[in-house]
Design a protein around this ligand. Structure first.
Ligand code: C2O
Ligand code: CU
Length: 453
């Protein structure tokens, strides 16, 4: 790998059957032109990235990288329509930090990717992010500098955008973010099951977030529930469920609602000791079961109409091949997209206003939660069959699976597109969606201080 390169200097441009698009890393509008709005912020936060020794509820210690010495970082709550301003301060993280607002369809300059939309923030430096929280839902934020290492070590937290309309009275609105740090499993800030008294009849919204690198399966025992949101988009019209476990891909979010019954309810994570028991002591919380799985492809009403015309149709064929990496010193498996390995990955070139189709397939024998920055994907077919369309920003493509999604190119920039199993991304399962006439002045590589994955 060169010691300094631009995201658009590497890769092979693909045009998806549409007209070729000028592909230049030197000319074009720089990504910094696409920044958040000016004006007085409605919500203002300061996040200080710093090392901290954190004592978990079990008594175990972890040496973490934190925001504000907290694990996870502070839960940021804002309202739909708010202008949000966040100042990131790096106290002592030598490798540098940047904050990505995962799932927020944000202006490109605020996207927080070191080496693509900004330089990493070095110790004693700071950086200000500004964006409008346009859509209510569950999001999260995390470092996008050395992401595989820094997210795992603790540089992450939840971002909740509450709807403008007031919630039902007495509503309990909880985030449950599943993580793994140094092999220690966490749900929220706890490594053991927690309890929380809740009065019967209380409306509850549970915001499930997966900040770990692999799928987490959640089960909710002791109540009926509905899935009302996926990846910060409403899932409307779904019926009540019982005994169905919910798979949340790495980076994904699922929102569940229920009304608190008279007896306790248990939220459990498959294969882990963490969990949450809601209710007041009367009766034991039932054991969770994981046999039956919720299927987002067959639930509720269609999120949006599926376009009948696409300006470009792209293949995203995930595979792997044997090759040399780390400067040719190691032989091992390399991830490939359309048969190409990093840094020659396909760069998906698009024009503003176009409607695109992405067709994912996966012959690699492992699952890949594919995350596209800056856009939501309308998932409309699985394994060649039409499904009830839903919006996703982090779509798990299982081994042997195919997905077709539609994409509306409305937000110019250079957008990361990668696997959210972050060690996979660090090993090259990463590319970009690049708009016509947009370039990035930022650079990645050992000589630059920027290494997004
Ligand atoms: Cu949550 Cu590019 O990542
Ligand atoms: Cu992967």
């Amino acid at each position: 790998m060169p010691s300094s390169f631009g995201a658009l200097e590497v890769g092979t441009p693909e045009y998806g059957g549409g007209s070729p698009i000028a592909h230049s890393h030197e000319r074009g509008v720089p990504v910094v032109a696409f920044h958040g709005p000016a004006g007085t912020p409605d919500a203002r936060f300061r996040l200080v990235a710093q090392h901290a020794d954190v004592t978990l509820p079990s008594g175990r210690h972890v040496e973490a990288l934190t925001f504000d010495r907290r694990l996870p970082g502070p839960e940021l709550r804002v309202h739909e329509g708010d202008l949000v301003e966040v100042t990131l301060v790096n106290r002592d993280v030598r490798e540098g930090v940047a904050i990505h607002w995962h799932g927020v369809d944000i202006p490109n300059a605020e996207d927080g990717v070191a080496g693509v939309t900004q330089d990493s923030v070095q110790p004693a430096q700071s950086h200000v992010y500004r964006f409008r929280a346009d859509v209510a839902g569950t999001y999260w934020y995390h470092s996008h500098q050395h992401a595989a290492a820094e997210v795992e070590r603790g540089l992450y937290g939840a971002l909740v955008v509450l709807p403008r309309s007031p919630p039902p009275p007495r509503m309990l609105d909880l985030v449950a973010i599943a993580h793994s740090i140094g092999g220690v499993k966490l749900l929220g800030s706890s490594d053991v099951e927690q309890r929380r008294p809740v009065r019967p009849g209380t409306p509850v919204r549970l915001r499930l977030v997966n900040s770990a690198d692999t799928m987490r399966t959640f089960a909710l025992a002791g109540t009926r529930f509905r899935v009302v949101g996926i990846d910060a988009r409403d899932k409307n019209g779904g019926g009540e469920l019982t005994g169905q476990a919910v798979d949340v891909p790495a980076g994904g979010r699922y929102d569940l609602v229920f009304s608190m019954p008279a007896k306790p309810v248990r939220l459990a994570v498959r294969g882990e000791d963490v969990g949450l028991v809601l209710g007041s002591g009367r009766g034991d919380a039932p054991e969770a079961t994981f046999e039956r799985r919720f299927d987002p492809a067959a639930y509720g009403t269609p999120a949006a109409p599926v376009p009948d015309h696409f300006d470009r149709r792209f293949e995203v064929k995930i595979g792997r091949k044997l090759g040399f990496f780390e400067g040719g010193v190691r032989l091992g498996w390399q991830w490939t997209l359309n048969g190409k390995a990093y840094p020659d990955m396909p760069t998906y070139m698009v024009g503003r206003g176009e409607t695109l189709e992405l067709s994912f397939s996966n012959s690699s024998k492992l699952a890949h939660p594919m995350h596209l920055h800056g856009h939501h994907m309308l998932v409309f077919a699985r394994d060649g069959r039409r499904v009830t369309p839903w919006w996703s920003d982090t779509l798990e493509v299982g081994a042997g699976q195919r997905y077709d999604v539609a994409l509306f190119a409305r937000s110019p920039g250079v957008w990361m597109f990668h696997c959210h199993n972050l060690p996979h991304a660090a090993r090259g399962l990463v590319t970009h969606l690049a708009y016509e006439h947009v370039m990035t002045p930022f650079r990645t590589g050992s000589a630059t201080g920027n290494d997004p994955e």
